[in-house]
Design a protein around this ligand. Structure first.
Ligand code: GDP
Ligand code: MG
Length: 437
């Protein structure tokens, strides 16, 4: 227990200054994390360079370790990139506002069309779905089924006698007659980008001049999603993205790549096959997910609150002079509790989330409370000189804290172990920090 407790706190003490080596070490991990999340390698490289510049020049928080400082900057930068542009979907002044969905086959256009229509309906806006995918006969039927489920009108024509542009035009006209707020145009896709598809989409776009052209991107697609998106943006012109299938285990690196390369904002996130599985986009959550670092930022914020600088400096001084007392030990334990308890701290630690269940046995919260009670039952003299705690004092402390003498011994041993670690720290701070990080 003590080792880990000390480990957590050493992470929180930090060493005050970021060296270029600290930054490079941490950014190496960040770069790997980005590539694992399917961020385009070009984007990852540029991004890391930006972060390095900021980390070298930026201010330093005493209460964070170098790794955490860098992660904090990375998280802020990621959130910045993902925050670019307007994430809302607001209707135009004239009726109807036309929204055209484009994307590769299977990306989730038709599903997203229905989800958006439901979303609009729930906002007291009326909508019509327009079936302008004439490439697959089943596409029209799919949209009609969804429209029926949601009680939303669907406009379609016989695919044999019209072009997608004609269907879209007639559908928008119908929506105007009905004075609907939105006309949502579902279009055809191909497995890969090709000229014919692009020409078809250009024609539809010219015919209905959409207020919003939205690319639906399957979040499971890897690095080449960015190439497809660039091509859609170049040929058709995009106003926004919907990232589908985020309910899977994709980390959403494609989102970062596409937003960074095209500058097009993410509007919504698809989180399931159901019609209501559409969520507002949250840049900060996406940033955490891309980094796969749990809720690192929350942890960092809490750490900053819990360890005020004064105390950190005081503890540092004590470590240097190796005068670490039971009162300091108690402070450490309270710090952990202030942060929401060990279990929640561990949930948020990169790489520990999964292990936290297993480790909870060793880091039992009730054990922490017991430890606190035991130290509180000691007199000031005993806290200063724990060596004087023998038979009768031990019994008194156990009685006062509702524990037994064996528990008192355990706490004293843990304390001694921590004290030993602190002495080591004062002899070789760098080595210990590295070991604990
Ligand atoms: P389209 O070819 O672009 O129109 O794609 P579809 O809308 O037909 O969707 C293709 C498949 O992806 C269907 O099986 C959908 O149910 C599924 N799908 C779409 N969006 C999501 C999502 O957000 N989550 C999950 N799990 N499946 C989705
Ligand atoms: Mg479709």
């Amino acid at each position: 227990l003590t080792d880990r407790l000390t480990g957590i706190f050493s992470r929180l003490q930090g060493k005050g200054r970021l060296t270029e080596k600290d930054i490079d070490d941490a950014l190496g991990q960040v770069r790997r994390s980005l590539l694992e999340a399917d961020v385009n390698f070009r984007v990852a490289r540029e991004f890391v360079a930006t972060v390095k510049e900021r980390a070298l020049s930026g201010e330093v928080l005493e209460s964070l370790s170098p790794g955490q400082q860098v992660v904090k900057i990375v998280h802020e930068e990621l959130t910045d990139v993902l925050s670019a542009g307007d994430h809302r979907l607001t209707p135009a002044s004239q009726l109807p506002s036309v929204l055209m969905l484009v994307g590769l086959q299977g990306s989730g256009k038709t599903t997203t069309a229905a989800k958006l229509a439901l979303h609009m309906k729930r906002q007291q806006h009326s909508a019509m779905l327009i079936a302008a995918d004439l490439r697959r006969p089943a596409a029209i039927a799919q949209l009609q089924t969804l429209g029926n489920q949601l009680d939303i009108p669907v406009y379609s024509e016989d695919p044999g006698s019209s072009t997608p542009a004609q269907v879209a035009t007639a559908g928008v006209r119908r929506a105007a007659e009905l004075a609907l707020t939105w006309a949502i145009v579902d279009t055809g896709g191909r497995l890969h980008i090709d000229d014919e598809l692009m020409a078809e989409l250009e024609e539809v776009k010219r015919a209905v001049s959409p207020h919003q052209t939205i690319l639906v991107v399957d979040s499971m697609t890897g690095q080449d999603a960015v190439n497809a998106a660039e091509e859609f943006h170049r040929r058709v012109g995009l106003d926004g993205l919907v990232l589908s299938k985020m309910d899977g285990d994709a980390r959403g690196g494609a989102a970062l790549s596409i937003t960074r390369v095209t500058g097009v904002p993410i509007k919504f996130v698809g989180t399931g096959e159901r019609n209501d599985a559409l969520e507002q986009f949250h840049p900060d959550r996406m940033a955490s997910r891309i980094l796969a670092m749990g809720d690192v930022l929350t942890l960092i914020e809490r750490a900053q609150e819990a360890v005020d600088e004064e105390k950190a400096r005081e503890l540092e001084r004590k470590m240097r002079t190796a005068s670490f007392t039971l009162d300091d030990f108690l402070d450490q334990i309270q710090g952990v509790q202030k942060m929401g308890g060990l279990a929640s701290v561990m949930e948020m630690m990169p790489g520990l989330g999964r292990q936290s269940k297993k480790m909870q046995g060793q880091l039992d919260e009730s054990e922490l409370k017991k430890t606190e009670a035991i130290i509180r039952s000691m007199t000031m003299e005993e806290r200063d000189k724990p060596d004087i705690i023998k038979g009768s004092r031990r019994r008194r402390i156990a009685l006062g804290s509702g524990t037994n003498p064996a528990d008192v011994n355990r706490v004293l041993n843990q304390f001694k172990q921590t004290q030993r670690l602190m002495r080591q720290f004062s002899n070789n701070p760098k080595g210990l920090m590295r070991m604990l990080r």
